[in-house]
Design a protein around this ligand. Structure first.
Ligand code: ZN
Length: 371
């Protein structure tokens, strides 16, 4: 039996219909509020193999009507800066980014709600991922991109049969266009909204299970819209609620200093303000993070750290990962750039600590990152 839930506005607290993508009263984003009394974990939950589908009780869908081979991504232990670091390779998902965990939940939800079409605003990776699942589901797909979207990513979206609409402006402009398109056509909006966030929780579920429920001390996460960051926090809360873990890791949010609205807000104790994206790391080039408020709460509640890295530090991280045999695009390597910077600043903080770095995407050729 699927777990019961309601959609509730994060701004005014009013309840919303299941097809909504924002609150119709105050336009804030929505949240899935599970009735945890109806969430039943199988008796062998801890013993069964860690894969995306076993977390169904934590997802807002009845079952998986379509799937690819998302999740179950490997962790590789490598020596970097003389320390053993665990890299979780989200690049091993079907479309080479962590987005697939959210897309599979979203598109299954679109099928349940009998949507005939989906649309999505993207900087690239989410567009590839949503187009991939829409193709499997046989649903029409329209992707909104900024006019200067990465050519490698545009080609991959096209190969998945989606229609592409380019808008003059950045990601937030594309987001407005996608939402307007949905209001006009009735298409189901995929992207950084409540259903996707639930699917992204499996990164942290899986990671903790792979470490045999030994919670790491630090997890470095690249941040754009902060959906992954806030999903990880929600996943941690849920695992703790069901007594699967007793403590939290410290989450470390990493952004480019040329687009770091969340890190700035967290470190200065102010509200998130729009910052014009000017970074090569297009996967995290988001001027106003949709889940900014939730992302900051995730950092506060886990004694987290906010870090900005330079463009050169991101490029260096791509090269260093490559030398370790790990392929990553610039945004996907930002977490590692953050670790290198934090470790350089204060080695003692990481002494005898278990450190995980998420490598979140690999959809641009390394040759295009001018090293
Ligand atoms: Zn509201």
């Amino acid at each position: 039996m699927a777990t019961s839930y309601r959609l509730v506005c994060t701004g005014c607290g009013k309840e919303a219909g299941y097809s909504s993508f924002r609150c119709s009263y105050c336009a804030s984003i929505l949240e899935v509020k599970f009735d945890y009394d109806t969430l039943v974990l199988p008796k062998d939950f801890k013993k069964s193999a860690s894969e995306h589908y076993k977390y169904l009780p934590f997802f807002p869908i009845e079952r998986f009507r379509i799937r690819s081979r998302e999740g179950g991504t490997p962790i590789t232990m490598q020596k970097a800066l003389g320390k053993n670091i665990m890299f979780k390779l989200e690049t091993e998902n079907p479309t080479h980014s962590f987005k697939d965990r959210g897309s599979v939940v979203e598109v299954n939800r679109a099928i349940e709600l009998k949507a005939g079409a989906v649309c999505c605003a993207s900087t690239g990776n989410m567009g590839i991922s949503v187009a991939h699942y829409a193709r499997i589901a046989g649903i029409k797909c329209t992707i909104f991109l900024s006019h200067d979207a990465n050519a490698d990513k545009v080609a991959k979206i096209k190969r998945n049969g989606a229609r592409i609409i380019k808008v003059k402006g950045d990601f937030n402009k594309a987001l407005g266009s996608a939402e307007a398109f949905a209001r006009k056509t009735g298409a189901f909006v995929c992207g950084d909204y409540h259903y996707r966030k639930e699917g992204q929780k499996s990164v942290i579920f899986e990671l903790i299970e792979q470490l045999h429920y030994n919670v790491p001390d630090f997890i470095f996460v690249p941040v754009g819209n902060a959906t992954l960051l806030s999903a990880m926090y929600k996943g941690l809360m849920e695992f703790r609620r069901f007594s699967l873990i007793g403590r939290f890791p410290r989450l470390v949010a990493v952004q480019s200093e040329r687009c770091d609205p969340l890190v700035r807000a967290y470190n200065s104790g102010t509200k998130v303000k729009y910052a014009k994206p000017r970074t090569i790391a297009d996967a995290i080039a988001v001027g106003f993070p949709t889940f900014g408020f939730e992302g900051i709460r995730a950092l506060r509640s886990t004694k987290g750290i906010g870090l900005s890295v330079t463009e050169q530090e991101i490029k260096n991280a791509v090269t260093e990962l490559d030398s370790l045999g790990i392929k990553a695009e610039s945004g996907g390597a930002a977490g590692f750039a953050g670790f290198r910077k934090a470790y350089g600043d204060k080695k003692s903080l990481f002494q005898n600590k278990k450190i995980v770095v998420l490598v979140t995407g690999n959809n641009e050729s390394i040759a295009k990152i001018s090293l």
